[in-house]
Design a protein around this ligand. Structure first.
Ligand code: FES
Length: 108
């Protein structure tokens, strides 16, 4: 199976890239690799907001739009921006190789 890479940029500027398999969610990659700031407390149930991330502008249009449930929850996310997404709702595909997101670094 094809392996892709996704990158998380921490609030302090640290850039960390990880291998990922298409079919995984971005949240699963973060949790499997212990990415700071992605707590994923609800385990991907789209009900906690602790997997909030900011998608890099160049990627924002390349992902499927947030479903209403995600968009609704995101409106409560501390540090919400136009490019905010819940990492658990981003299911990775091969064409997402190079996807880059920022960890907001604000308390949920
Ligand atoms: Fe809870 Fe994404 S893990 S909303």
């Amino acid at each position: 199976m094809e392996i892709i890479q996704v990158t998380f940029i921490q609030p302090n500027g640290d850039v960390l890239s990880y291998d990922a398999r298409p079919g995984d969610t971005l949240m699963e990659v973060a949790v499997d690799n212990g990415v700071d700031g992605i707590l994923a407390q609800c385990g991907g149930g789209c009900s906690c907001c602790t997997c909030h991330c900011w998608v890099d502008a160049e990627w924002a249009d390349k992902l499927p739009s947030a479903q209403p449930e995600e968009a609704d929850l995101l409106s409560y996310a501390p540090g919400w921006r136009d490019t905010s997404r819940l990492a658990c709702q981003i299911r990775l595909k091969a064409e997402h190789d190079g996807l880059t997101v920022r960890v907001p670094g604000v308390e949920p």
